[in-house]
Write a protein that binds this ligand. Structure first.
Ligand code: HEM
Length: 448
């Protein structure tokens, strides 16, 4: 490890106070014996607010934590096993919500179908990894413009003015999907993603909002496709070389089965994949960096280095302390012995709702040395920010570039820092999707 890594390691937060350990499971067992619903409420609350402590206890005491409603999987090897066995642990629960919004199946709602194989392959070609460098520049430029505009005020509401703003502009300029306005595209993604991934009670209002947003989005995309095609046929150049124009110009044999409807469903998947999770990850990373003064000072220094790779390691290690996707839900389709051949061996019965916890796996001391320390030498294969296996993130290359560059441009600003509560607190819709995170800019918050 270099000097930077050493000093960063010293900036350790007390994330797992010892006397709190042991307490959760005792309280859970007592509540379960008395009133099972209250036991589940406790688990939900700990997973929402005190998840690092709770997961630490589970990893040590009950790594495969079976409750009457769901099973939480906390060790790295077991999380990877769940995410690698798509025929056993499926995403069937996502299917109906996404189908209802998009009016057709999408890869994240189906497992191991010819459609997944074909369309993930196609979209991986469209989101070419070699685009990342230019995209990074684009995101950096948009971020700097937003920061310049905010600087005279001495503060920035980083979600709306920076993170989400950049994500929506990336949808416009890189995906070729601007929406009628950025605000409308933003409303659509929030509605569909909220129903798909945060509507645990099946609230019909949230479902209706998602269906309405999905219908509007698909109708808009059909119009945009017609416009783009007409322009192409008239010999006009596309407004830009973007992912949409690439898709339109790609001709596949008819028997492959990618017609216009499939093309548009996959276009819809781009902002749905990015506009919530991209800003979500940026907020988490910045919040974690700001919590650690020494790490923050080093990250600020690294942000000025012409080699962005030196900075990026700070973002990923910060995100390990609070990944945007803490749990990945799966439905167990048939009885399965999880962690076979280990002391953790557990039979998961068919029908079990399984929560694989990347947020816990990335603290498993079997694969992450001194997990509570902020260190820059974490190997990439233990990082599960973008999932693992069959449903691993399609957008990993563009997402990595944009997240790192936007956070880097922010940290290059002199005096950037969090504010005391309430202004400095992150406001999240449904406890998940960030809506507000005010940061001060410039010396004494007076702007630059
Ligand atoms: C360009 C931006 C992005 C796009 C287009 C995108 C798109 C997608 C798509 C289509 C899937 C489903 C893949 C499949 O079913 O095979 C997926 C999965 C996933 N994405 Fe992304 N994504 C983006 C950014 C992000 C970001 C910023 C994060 C978080 C830091 C993220 C985390 C994930 C995770 C964890 C999964 C796996 C979900 C699961 O296994 O249940 N993605 N992404």
């Amino acid at each position: 490890m270099g000097a930077v890594d050493q000093s960063a390691a010293g900036d350790r937060l007390e994330s797992t106070p010892g006397d709190h350990l042991e307490r959760c499971l005792k309280r859970y067992d007592a509540a379960l014996a008395r009133d099972p619903m209250s036991a589940l409420a406790l688990v939900r609350e700990w997973m929402r607010t005190d998840w690092r402590t709770f997961f630490a206890e589970l990893r040590g005491q009950r790594p495969i934590f079976v409750t009457p409603a769901f099973t939480v999987v906390t060790r790295f090897a077991d999380v990877v096993e769940v995410l690698s066995r798509e025929e056993v642990f499926t995403v069937r629960a996502f299917g109906p919500r996404l189908d209802a919004a998009l009016g057709a199946p999408f890869m994240l709602g189906r497992d191991a179908t010819p459609m997944n194989w074909r369309e993930k392959g196609l979209m991986q070609v469209m989101l070419a990894p070699q685009d990342a460098a230019d995209l990074r520049e684009l995101a950096g430029r948009i971020a700097d413009e937003a920061l310049d505009a905010a600087a005279p005020r001495g503060r920035i509401e980083a979600v709306g003015e920076l993170f989400r703003h950049v994500a929506l502009r990336v949808c416009e300029e890189y995906f070729g999907f601007p929406g009628p306005t950025p605000q409308t595209l933003s409303r659509w993604t929030r509605a569909v993603v909220t129903d798909g991934f945060a509507n645990f009670q099946g609230d019909p209002m949230i479902q209706a909002e998602s269906v309405r947003a999905g219908e509007e989005m698909m109708a808009y995309l059909r119009g945009l496709l017609a416009e783009r095609r007409a322009a192409l046929e008239a010999g006009r150049r596309p407004p830009a070389e973007d992912v949409f124009s690439r898709l339109i110009r790609t001709t596949l044999p008819a028997e492959v089965g990618v017609d216009d409807d499939r093309l548009l469903v996959n276009m819809a998947g781009l902002p749905l994949g990015f506009v919530e999770s991209g800003p979500g990850a940026m907020v988490e990373a910045v919040e974690q960096l700001m919590l650690r003064p020494r790490v923050r000072a080093e990250a600020v220094d690294a942000a000025r280095d012409p080699d962005p790779a030196r900075f990026d390691r700070y973002v990923w290690e910060a995100l390990r302390f609070s990944p945007f996707f803490k749990l990945l839900p799966r439905l167990c389709e048939r009885d399965h012995v999880l962690a076979a051949g280990t002391p953790r061996r557990t039979v998961i019965p068919a029908g079990t709702f399984v929560l694989a916890a990347p947020a816990s796996a990335m603290f498993d001391p079997d694969v992450v040395e001194e997990p509570d320390d902020f260190r820059l030498d974490r190997p990439g294969h233990v990082q599960l920010f973008f999932g693992h296996g069959h449903h691993a993130c399609l957008g990993v290359h563009p997402a990595r570039a944009v997240i790192c560059e936007v956070v880097r441009r922010l940290l290059r600003r002199p005096g950037v820092r969090t504010l005391p509560p309430p202004d400095g607190e992150v406001v999240r819709a449904h406890g998940i999707f960030p809506d507000r995170f005010v940061l001060a800019l410039g010396p004494d918050g007076k702007g630059v």
